[in-house]
Design a protein around this ligand. Sequence first.
Ligand SMILES: Nc1ncnc2c1ncn2[C@@H]1O[C@H](COP(=O)(O)OP(=O)(O)OP(=O)(O)O)[C@@H](O)[C@H]1O
Ligand SMILES: [Mg+2]
Length: 494
Amino acid sequence: MSPFVGAIDQGTTSSRFVIVDAQGEFVAMAQKEHEQVLPRPGWVEHNPAAIFANTEAVIAEALGKAGIRASDLAGVGITNQRETTVVWDRETGKAVSNAIVWQDTRTADIAKSLSESFGTEAFRERTGLPPATYFAGPKVRWILDQYPDLYQRAVDGELAFGTIDSWLAWNLTGLHVTDVTNASRTMLMDLESLSWDSELCDAVGVPMAMLPEIVPSIGEIGACTGVLEGTALTTILGDQHAALVGQAAFGVGDTKVTYGTGAFLVANTGTEIVRSNTGLLTTVAYQVAGEQAKYALEGSVAIAGSAVQWLRDNIGIIDTAQEIEALAATVPDNGDVYFVPAFSGLFAPYWRSDARGVLVGLTRFTNKGHIARAVLEATAFQTRDVLEAMVADTHQELPELRVDGGMVANTLLMRFQADILGMDVVVPAVTETTVLGAAFGAGMAAGVWSGPDEVSLHWDEAVRYLPSMRGDVRAGYLRGWAKAVDRSFDWVEE
Ligand SMILES: Nc1ncnc2c1ncn2[C@@H]1O[C@H](COP(=O)(O)OP(=O)(O)OP(=O)(O)O)[C@@H](O)[C@H]1O
Ligand SMILES: [Mg+2]
């Protein structure tokens, strides 16, 4: 049995490939960024061909670094930015347009009319999701509406829809598949039966002939060709679901936050489908082939690390993301400045597509240090908002919070996060948990690890942040944040 597994992490900003050994250690990794196409305010696109080309390139590069061949991999997993939507021609394999990215808000009118016609509650009941610009279904509909013949071609089975996992799987195996976690983000899948719901497809306007086959997340999916010839695809997991697996959060109540482009709190609810009363999403956590699916509650925050990138790329007060920490440390506190990064409206727990970003509390005293701090603190406040919602839904206080993703390198933010939550914040030894989770899945399906118990042995705690803020100080911050959020509402007019 080969001791290596591979994992593709196709994210919002970059594509990575890692090779992991039987101890769960990274043997090699390669990464490549792709262009963010921003044609108008609120629109975000990716070029699907470029995404696949980058994926092939990082696979070849990492295999080269490790000095192994694809056939030395016991299995390969895909984890991916979720909801981002591609429609392609089955004959030519070419996408009919750029992919519409999860953050894109162009489908606001479609989401609104679905709320009114079919009903927000009906969608929540069947799919675990409220109609919102975030999800894939309305994005498919938008693409089909662009050209007169596309809808008919989709009905005739000439076109295929897929989220990024499907797009990669199609190009790597020739199969048109998606896994239950990605399918649970489309507004088209019934959460209980784990199959496409014809009424929902009808309501959203997505012909069923273009939908991929839904498969379990972890299990034999198909043989790979091309750059991965000689190995098999054995896992597909949406990025947040993979991070849950990568954190070895297999138990009921196990919860993690991943701070990347956005920030995503996910709590494992086991085989129970827990409905949220507080604006959280109900979603599939993962499914092992032949077993019942595990479900999760999720608090999705659209903008976290990407606000740091925005400071770097659009505002220019830092040259690298890392520099934000030093800049924020030039001031002792936020100077009563708050930043709400509602660039694509606000996701959980507010779901306000009419919100836009605000920077409030400015005085002649404010300097760029305060702004840097406000940008970092926004991620901690948003995380607190979704955690509170989670506690309200599950009636369970969390003992501690497991965190991962690029922003956990920022100690100022992690300290503030522990302070503003009043809770221990725990960073694992491997913070690249998304790609690690895909590797864990791929390795479990391929028999490298026997199952979750064995995988859990490869999870280690590295750093623990303890809260030290006084309660009255925290309360003051939370009042400031609540006022700032309120100021972001009602900005976009109908
Ligand atoms: N030291 C830092 N302080 C604050 N933010 C940081 C720091 N280092 C990285 N970031 C932010 O973290 C994000 C990168 O984290 P990560 O690589 O986990 O993102 P990601 O979500 O996996 O990316 P993708 O969206 O491509 O999947 C970037 O948005 C970056 O601005
Ligand atoms: Mg990621």
